[in-house]
Ligand binder design. Sequence first.
Ligand SMILES: [Zn+2]
Ligand SMILES: [Zn+2]
Length: 174
Amino acid sequence: MKKKFLIDTHMHTAEISSCGRIPAAELALRCRSHGYDSIVITDHLNQEFLSRLPFNDDWDKIIDHFLSPWEFFDKFGNEILIIQAHPFRDGNETVFPECIHGVEVYNGNPRHNNYDHKALDLCAANPQFYRLHGSDIHCDGDFGRAWMLFDEEIPDSHSFHAAIKQNEYSMGHP
Ligand SMILES: [Zn+2]
Ligand SMILES: [Zn+2]
């Protein structure tokens, strides 16, 4: 049987994400030991990072600095893949269907209710959307809670982007 390539598309490192508990090097080794061939790091821009900006107390200026979702999509939408993770999780319910390429329709994080069925409804209303699964690893116990399976090796973000665009993948979770 031809080898398939296993990817986890959602995880956080202790170095960058204030909620991440596992350092990047260890995270990579542990994903390897769970059988993953490639991983996607999805760190948050945490408070510490934002506090280094000269206008950290002015949210409007912070948004100007990082661009609004619409400006961001206009500027980078042709170059990179913009996927909204757990769009309906409690506390982050702002959904930007016109400035994303797809959504995470299964989030494995056991500490949140992600209302994944709403993400599937959003995809049904936007059939052009790519659908992704991700474990959302922050700490012990979060590994292997979701996966995506590819026919070809995915050595970097460009090949990931290309394979997603070709819809050459299947997905699953325990
Ligand atoms: Zn987090
Ligand atoms: Zn996350």
